[in-house]
Write a protein that binds this ligand. Structure first.
Ligand code: HEM
Length: 313
């Protein structure tokens, strides 16, 4: 009899209106590994303590580790497909790899909940990590990305969301886990807004107002939708995205924090290759003429059960 899949972290949690993304690096130091391992066992309790105060706020937290962090903190065994982020693209259009050992993806329907949990989690890590990047994301009008198109429509839901994101029997020691890719993008909104709506729709592959997929006869092969639709053995392979807009209008900064969960890094990397290199090579994603990736990391999020147990490693 096979044992049931351990409970995943809140990878497939419902869409929320706020999120905080923190990417941090491990500091050097004799007691760092022990401190972070102990912290792993506290994450669920801190999330309950903060979340209980506003039960309708849907607070959740997912914590992930890079390949480097896994080796330093937990050693063997290691998730079968975990490796450093692989760069894709050519000069001027590159999915860059940037430092980062730990990811926190905190979501809630109120920013105060995200803020309080981030504060508690970071205070418990005091001295053990250096924050590389921190983004407060917000949900824009009718689920639109900052470039004005509805984002997340083709996400898998329900059982399918779990099937596409949660590791199963293929890596029994790590079942219930998930791989997650994050990239922070900055957009050239002046250039984007200078395009007609029809031209923007050809870049995305969907209509702007009504969010309907363009007919195959008119959808360009270099549209974002065409290049991120991938198949294996004739079946479509999906990922689960929960991108968030962020920005500082006063500073002219407009961004998308991309986050994609999958059962293996393979579909995530295939999508990046199609977008940045092109499919066929050269037929790259037009969205990248208006968007620059300034960070890039791959993490593994252990199951909720394993996350607690890692403290004992
Ligand atoms: C520049 C940052 C990005 C923005 C603003 C963006 C925005 C969008 C929008 C508006 C859609 C159409 C609606 C939907 O189905 O969600 C979409 C679809 C999609 N995006 Fe992105 N995206 C970005 C980056 C990425 C990256 C880096 C990946 C993968 C590594 C990706 C994967 C996908 C997938 C799989 C779909 C669904 C395609 C389909 O089934 O039609 N996106 N994105």
């Amino acid at each position: 009899m096979t044992s049931p899949t351990p409970d995943p972290q809140a990878v497939c949690s419902p869409v929320t209106s706020s999120a905080i993304f923190i990417v941090a690096s491990l500091n050097n130091g004799a007691d760092v590994a022990q401190k972070v391992r102990g912290w792993c066992a506290d994450i669920a309790g801190l999330t309950r303590s903060v979340g209980k105060r506003v039960p309708s706020g849907n607070l959740s937290c997912v914590c992930g580790f890079s390949a480097n962090a896994w080796d330093l903190l937990f050693g063997q065994p290691r998730p079968a497909s975990l490796h450093g982020f692989r760069e894709f693209g050519v000069e001027g259009r590159r999915a860059v790899s940037t430092p980062g050992d730990i990811l926190l993806h905190i979501r809630a329907d109120q920013m105060d909940l995200c803020f309080e949990l981030a504060t508690q989690l970071m205070s418990a890590l005091d001295g053990a990590v250096t924050v590389i990047d921190e983004v407060q994301g917000f949900r824009y009008f009718d689920m639109r990305s900052i470039i004005g198109f509805v984002d997340g429509t083709e996400n898998p839901v329900g059982r399918k969301a779990l099937d596409f994101t949660i590791v199963g029997d293929e890596d029994p020691s790590f079942s219930g886990g998930s791989y997650v890719l994050v990239q922070k993008y900055l957009h050239n909104m002046k250039a984007w807004n200078a395009l007609s709506v029809e031209a923007q729709e050809k870049v995305i592959g969907r209509t702007k107002l009504s969010d309907i997929e363009l007919d195959d006869a008119v959808k360009p092969s270099n549209s974002h939708s065409a290049l991120t639709t991938i198949t294996k053995d004739g079946e479509e392979v999906k990922i689960l995205r929960d991108n968030m807009p962020f920005g500082r209008p006063g500073a002219g900064e407009f961004g998308t924090f991309f986050i994609g969960y999958a059962r293996s890094p393979q579909p995530l990397e295939q999508m990046l290759e199609n977008m940045f290199v092109g499919n066929p090579p050269g037929n790259y994603d037009r969205l990248l003429d208006f968007s620059t990736a300034v960070t890039g990391n791959l993490f593994f999020t252990p199951s909720a059960d394993l996350l607690e147990d890692l403290a004992e490693r």
